[in-house]
Design a protein around this ligand. Structure first.
Ligand SMILES: Cc1ncc(COP(=O)(O)O)c(C=O)c1O
Length: 226
């Protein structure tokens, strides 16, 4: 049999996928395992999706997304996240998995190193493995409130490091990084000439304190916000 990519064959099976397969076969399972809330999609969003299909929005769009949507997303980033981004620097992707893959491939390639939170969302690690980027974990320890240790991150950076993934609010810990921690990460990244990929998928799931966007103080294009 012809060989498959060595990077792909080295990838472990997703643990969460295995648990979901088991849950599929059982009755009355309460799902706590994937990153979506139990709430139904709000009716006005369902209605808008149906209307768009009926109105003929079923064709190719520009690769970076509908220009009118990118304008609205830039406006949302300004109003909600205090991130100043032009519509031209916003790209639409089919979901967060694809967004993190595109961000990663934009800033790093085979042989480079990327810093990843540990514990963290497994997809970051799988995506780096798939293209031969070296995963370098930085720890989020319970004793520190699951916040990163900036000295540890600094020590892990080498001449091959290209980017740091930051996920706040965090999956799986739920920690919301304070603004000062985010600012310190950005400062470190700038000083060491790295990109930060800030995954803020859970920005609206904050039960204590406030979520801040890492890209607020980004004046040099160092941050890719997902
Ligand atoms: C940290 C994190 N980012 C992003 C996503 C969203 O990915 P998607 O929109 O492709 O479901 C998830 C989903 O589990 C996640 O846990």
């Amino acid at each position: 049999m012809r060989a498959l990519s060595k990077h792909i064959t080295a990838m472990p099976r997703s643990g969460i996928g295995g648990i979901m397969d088991i849950a599929e076969r059982l009755q009355g399972v309460v799902h706590l395992e994937v990153g979506e809330p139990h709430l139904a999609t709000p009716p006005h969003i369902v209605a808008a999706a149906i209307r768009a299909l009926q109105d003929g929005f079923t064709r190719y769009t520009p690769s970076a997304g509908l220009p009118s949507l990118r304008v609205l997303l830039a406006e949302k980033l300004r109003a909600r996240n205090r991130i100043s981004a032009s519509p031209e620097s916003v790209a639409v992707t089919p979901g967060g998995v694809f967004a993190s893959a595109v961000a990663l491939l934009t800033v790093a390639g085979a042989g480079d190193e990327v810093l990843l939170p540990d514990p963290g969302w497994p997809n970051y690690g799988l995506q780096t493995m798939a293209v031969g980027i070296r995963r370098v974990p930085y720890h989020l320890r319970p004793g520190r409130g699951f916040l990163p240790d900036l000295d540890e991150i600094s020590r892990l950076i080498t001449g091959r490091t290209r980017a740091i993934f930051v996920n706040s609010p965090s999956n799986p810990t739920g920690a919301v990084f304070p603004e000062a921690v985010l600012a310190a990460i950005l400062e470190l990244a700038r000083a060491r000439d790295l990109y930060v990929i800030a995954d803020e998928a859970y920005e609206d799931m904050v039960f204590e304190g406030h979520q801040h966007s890492l890209g607020i103080c980004d004046t040099e294009g160092s941050v890719i916000t997902l």
